[in-house]
Write a protein that binds this ligand. Structure first.
Ligand code: CO
Length: 136
């Protein structure tokens, strides 16, 4: 069902300070930066082999990541698994009785299609499904 881990999402207070750590100190290549208004974040992707780290800074306190930071502080936010058919994966998980946050995919970073499972359905790990855009 899952091809591989696409990325891990990390919630940060200060995007540029975090980029300095990941890019300069850890030596990961920054490959994309985007404001995803629908998800209330400014986000970057850094390459780690074929996978990514996604750094997420909230656009405001009333966004999901803003609330996460207020409650838990910066840190690991979610894990994203890659699938090549997000509709069918969602349907399979729904049929298995899992609670979904997104019943249908929405647009994610870099024109991917994404959907989140409810953390209560996945051992308190916020889990994202990602179907990358054709050209990625
Ligand atoms: Co993500």
């Amino acid at each position: 069902m899952f091809a591989r881990i696409d990325h891990i999402g990390v919630a940060v207070e200060d995007l540029d300070a975090s980029i300095a750590l990941y890019e300069t100190t850890f030596g990961m290549k920054l490959v994309h930066r985007e404001t995803v208004t629908e998800q209330g974040v400014e986000a970057v992707l850094l390459d780690v082999g074929e996978n990514h780290v996604e750094l997420l800074a909230p656009l405001g306190p009333d966004t999901p990541v803003g609330k996460f930071l207020a409650k838990k502080g910066p840190g690991l936010h979610h894990v994203a698994y890659q699938t090549d058919d997000i509709e069918s994966t969602l349907q399979t998980l729904k049929d298995a009785g899992l609670r979904l946050i997104d019943e249908t995919p929405r647009t994610g970073i870099r024109n991917s299609r994404v959907a989140f499972l409810h953390p209560g359905a996945s051992g308190s790990v916020l889990t994202e499904l990602v179907q990358p855009a054709e050209d990625h």
